[in-house]
Design a binder for this molecule. Structure first.
Ligand code: C2O
Length: 465
């Protein structure tokens, strides 16, 4: 059959172009207009789980058509300001820099705020182009849906129009930081939600902080905050292809659905006033910092970090803040058994200290792996614990996962300390020796020979009050 556009296609395309032109020329939009001013004029919309969003076929069709329109524009002209590629480039511009570069928005306290603003700008563009005034970018709840949701995977859809190399297996528990072997972490659903502080005051605190360390900071050291570490990194690697490199990740429509879920978990975390109180809301360096994006007419659009601390001001709320979709039992998707596991990239024996008699109820045991050097290739690694005298066939229990993701073809990896809450395992192994194994869950070009051993400072068990 012919691939010429049908008459209906042409009409709707023309309508879309006109609408986009109107938006670009509309008074009050573009030319450095803050995103917040645009949001104040619009009603608050609800970001939905994609499985719910997709139940309304015409809503989904408008979303698909708008993304298709943007993708088509980029195909004709990669620099079209209304195109999808230019939108993706906004991410590339801030992520390919060195981890110590002032522009870099990963590995520091801009991570949550910047991505929140980025999703919102993208959402606004789609709203304008689609003509659906209630459009809000639907998120992917990977805790409940362990495969790419149908709407983002459907062949021929603009929402699956990206390079991917997703494995045929579902996302495992470790990759979404679900730790069913520890009752406290199991209840949280995502281990990072157990973290108590937003801001890391020292580099060693970064992996146990929810928001990361200040940029710049006097130590000039950066790293993944708890959520940014996992599930953030492993989901990028799971989808693979464009998503496995920050430079291209914004080209995959699922990027905004993935980050939408992370953004939703930020809202979950800060429901607790004590935790929310640790956000740098009184720190001028944080609050007055401005992020700059571009609008549909190519003019800059800015937003202050201060304005990312209230989603309603940005014009949206989430349908639910629960980790697992209400009414859905948490899945337990273990990683592969011992037989088909890749050889570990590190193995170490550690003695677990005896629990002090008067240990506080809130006290947690943390496994720290210090000064981990940049892995050679992208990789997602599971952390497994077992008794030192357990047989080799015993895979042990997964207590955490971390990932090394690319940015501009190279692994992006500030020299960093990793930390994993191993409280339940530490109770079980108190006073005994155990084996820690770091096992690859996913590597680029899987099967292409052994992965070189991971280099790091030391592994140790510390207590956190
Ligand atoms: Cu800016 Cu998930 O990457």
């Amino acid at each position: 059959m012919s691939s010429l556009p049908t008459n209906a296609d042409r009409v709707s395309r023309r309508t879309l172009l006109k609408r986009a032109a109107r938006v670009a020329g509309a008074a009050g939009v573009g030319a450095g207009v803050p995103l917040i001013a645009m949001s104040a004029a619009a009603p608050v919309t609800t970001r939905m789980d994609i499985t719910q969003f997709a139940k309304n076929a015409s809503r989904l069709a408008k979303f698909e058509a708008a993304v298709k329109e943007m993708q088509g524009r980029s195909k004709a002209d990669p620099n079209d300001p209304k195109g999808w590629l230019i939108n993706a480039k906004m991410h590339a511009d801030f992520c390919v820099a060195a981890s110590t570069d002032p522009k870099q928005i990963h590995f520091c306290w801009w991570f949550l705020s910047w991505h929140r603003a980025y999703i919102t700008v993208t959402e606004r563009k789609i709203r304008e182009i689609s003509g659906d005034a209630t459009f809000a970018y639907p998120y992917w709840n990977w805790s409940s849906d362990r495969r790419i949701p149908a709407a983002y995977a459907k062949a021929g859809s603009s929402l699956s129009n990206a390079i991917r190399s997703t494995p045929s297996r579902p996302v495992s528990d470790g990759e979404v930081s679900f730790v069913p072997s520890d009752p406290v972490l199991k209840k949280l659903g995502v281990a990072a939600l157990g973290v108590k502080m937003f801001e890391a005051k020292a580099p060693s605190e970064i992996p146990r902080s929810f928001g990361g360390i200040a940029r710049p900071n006097s130590a000039n050291r950066y790293g993944n905050n708890a959520l940014e570490g996992t599930p953030h990194g492993p989901i990028h690697n799971y989808v693979g292809g464009d998503m496995s490199d920050f430079e291209t990740a914004g080209r995959d429509p699922i990027f905004f659905a993935h980050h939408g879920n992370l953004d939703r978990l930020w809202e979950n975390w800060r429901r607790d006033v004590a935790r929310k109180g640790t956000e740098p809301a009184k720190n001028d360096a944080f609050m007055t910092h401005k992020f700059v994006f571009t609008w549909l007419d190519g003019t800059p659009m800015e937003i202050a970090a201060a304005d990312t601390l209230d989603t309603k001001k940005l014009g949206y709320v989430y349908d639910t803040l629960e980790v697992f979709r209400p009414g859905v039992q948490p899945l337990v998707v273990a990683a592969q058994g011992a037989e088909d596991r890749l050889p570990p990239v590190a193995t170490e024996k550690l003695r677990v200290p005896l629990a002090p008699q008067a240990a506080g109820a809130g006290e947690r045991r943390i496994l720290e792996i210090t000064d981990v050097e940049k892995p050679e290739r992208p990789i997602t690694v599971g952390v497994y614990l077992k008794a030192a005298d357990a047989p080799a066939s015993d895979p042990g229990v997964n207590v955490g996962t971390f990932a090394a993701v690319k940015a501009g073809g190279e692994v992006a990896w500030p020299n960093q300390t990793l930390s994993f809450d191993i409280t339940a395992a530490a109770q079980r192994f108190a006073g005994k020796e155990l084996t820690v194994q770091l096992v690859p869950l996913r590597i680029e070009a899987q099967g292409a020979g052994a992965y070189p051993p991971l280099k790091y400072g030391q592994m140790r068990i510390v207590t956190e009050k």
